[in-house]
Ligand binder design. Structure first.
Ligand code: ATP
Length: 532
């Protein structure tokens, strides 16, 4: 659970007056005289075809709207084939979803649901969401599969006492639904209104060859932010779930500790745009500009690629950027792409984003994945054995959020279903392939993947050739054969052209040293590893 800094310690995402609350401008549109005009559509036992059609049309509109704002996985689990509008009457729009857990998650989107109904009917309704299988708000359906009614007639009971008791023991489906809900929540963090999370620090950011440069640059910024430091503008890019946002939190935490007087603003691009549009609508764009250029010392904008195709916002961003840069403030951006590769962003913004240091994060190697899993296990107070740990780390390679998600799921399964975490359970729960489909990684498969990656014939790697490209590829293959296959030096030497064990040691040591500083080599190694 994210912890917030007390406001005197860190002032982030502060607002100007009352105007910057998300959606204020939207809710300002609601009519004040709706009550008398409220529509009533209900489907009862005698429901008319017409009202049913009407409800289903409105339901469809709501789903269409939610589909555009809810992450795909969440949408398909919580809403699609689940959310059903049952009636609209007396200022209430009553929906039903499958389970109580889905209800909890769906309720987070009440405002958005109200918004889309308003768009269809022009009236604001209170949104009520009931769960089919465990509803407190409507008459419970005791025949539901999730309730077992135990006949207690064989026990002595007082006169007039109830004959049946409700056994609320959840069914397997219900437990599965809980496990899914926890996993989905983890996999789809809600970034809107982001707050600095004290639990994400440099101490618990595991460093490996694929993120060391981004980590070192962030740390340097945190120690010396702004014009006095080396990188007044830092841009971190990577695929999803590789630690960009974690580094932003770590920087914020470190600055709050080392430079407590600094005003830090950590904001998503989406919130930045919403805030700007809200203030533009009430002619207060200057307040927006002043807030950032005068009151903020460190501006961190997450997911800057979302400026894509938003020309008005790009203009404002451009002015804010220039002014903050001129004043020597610290700027940090994250994105899923290198600035050069973002389409739909003006050239002048791309060039601004490239003014400072641009670093990337690649998927972690096996060793780092294992280290991350160990650290997360401690944090979750979860014990899993070495076999399971290695299995997960060797299968989930490209997204750390997924690695963590696997532990979140296993913890939920073991606690809710009261089972031991064993290899078979892990394969079933994480949908890992069965052993017969598992590829065995051998010296041969490492050599082939390396040769393929460097576009060299396998025979060259096994030859006596000393050409620079061949030597590099051979050294990388030997290094991986040691690291991933854990093969003996003699075996490796024998495979690669009958070399002795000291050549293998030399190759492994050379690559181990180089990979610490050569990011292009670490990218190569990582890419080969992911192809194994
Ligand atoms: N090197 C690391 N050590 C420990 N935890 C990490 C590391 N990298 C990422 N994580 C964890 O993985 C999860 C995902 O990371 P984060 O949210 O920072 O990714 P991201 O790159 O910002 O993803 P997105 O682009 O989807 O927003 C977080 O819980 C984060 O703490």
């Amino acid at each position: 659970m994210a912890q917030e800094f007390p406001s005197q310690l860190i002032k982030h995402f502060f607002s100007i007056g009352n105007e910057t609350k998300p959606n204020d401008h939207f809710f300002g549109q609601f009519s004040n005289e709706q009550t008398s005009q409220n529509k009533s559509i209900e489907t009862t036992n005698n429901e008319s075809e017409e009202s049913r059609d009407e409800l289903s049309l409105i339901n469809q509109e709501v789903l269409n709207h939610l589909r555009t704002i809810v992450p795909e996985l969440k949408f398909s689990t919580y809403f699609e084939n689940s959310l059903e509008l049952k009636s609209i009457a007396n200022q209430n729009a009553i929906f039903e979803v499958r389970t109580a857990f889905i209800k909890k998650s769906a309720e987070l989107y009440k405002e958005e649901i109200a918004k889309s109904i308003y768009n269809v009917l022009g009236t604001q309704y209170e949104i009520i969401i009931n769960a089919k299988d465990q509803s407190n708000d409507v008459a419970p359906n005791f025949s539901s599969a999730n309730f077992h009614i135990k006949d207690t007639s064989d026990r002595p009971r007082a006169m007039g006492a109830t004959k049946f008791t409700l056994d609320l023991t959840p069914t397997r489906d219900d437990l599965k639904s809980r496990v899914d809900a926890e996993y989905i929540e983890h996999m789809n963090p809600n970034k809107s209104g982001i707050r600095v999370d004290r639990s994400k620090t440099f101490d618990n950011f595991i460093v490996g060859p694929t993120n060391n440069i981004a980590q070192a640059a962030s740390k340097a910024v945190a120690l010396n932010p702004g014009k006095d430091g080396k990188y007044p503008s830092l841009y971190i890019h990577s695929n999803s779930g590789l630690g960009k946002t974690h580094l932003l939190h770590a920087v914020a935490n470190e600055i709050a500790e080392k430079h407590p007087s600094y005003n830090i603003c950590l904001i998503t691009t989406r919130d930045f745009m919403e805030e700007m549009i809200g203030l533009m609508k009430i002619n207060k764009i200057n307040d927006f500009f002043k807030k950032y250029t005068e009151r903020v010392d460190v501006l961190m904008i997450d997911d800057i690629h979302e400026l894509k195709n938003k020309e008005g916002t790009q203009d404002q961003f451009f002015h804010v950027f220039n002014e903050m840069h001129n004043k020597g403030k610290q700027l940090i951006f994250t994105s899923d792409k290198n600035p050069k590769e973002i389409t739909g962003i003006s050239e002048r913004i791309k060039s601004r984003l490239q003014w400072g240091l641009v670093v990337d994060i690649q998927p972690p190697d096996l060793e780092t994945r294992i280290a991350i899993l160990r650290r997360k296990m401690e944090a979750l107070d979860l014990y899993i054995n070495e076999d399971v740990l290695t299995l997960i780390a060797s299968r989930i390679k490209t997204n750390i959020r997924e690695l963590e998600g696997s532990l979140v799921r296993l913890k939920a399964v073991s606690e809710l279903m009261n089972v031991e975490i064993e290899v078979d359970l892990v394969k079933e729960q994480l949908m890992l392939p069965n052993s017969e489909n598992e590829k065995e990684i051998t010296i041969e498969s490492v050599a082939k993947a390396t040769a393929q990656y460097f576009r060299l014939p396998l025979a060259d790697l096994k030859s006596k050739g000393r050409n620079q490209d061949i030597t590099k590829a051979r050294h990388v293959a030997m290094y991986l054969a040691r690291k991933v296959v854990n093969a003996k030096q003699q075996e490796i030497g024998a495979y690669f052209g009958g070399r002795d064990h000291s050549s293998v040691i030399h190759a492994v040591n050379t690559i181990s040293e180089k990979v610490k500083t050569d990011s292009s080599l670490s990218k190569d190694i990582n890419a080969i590893e992911s192809n194994l």
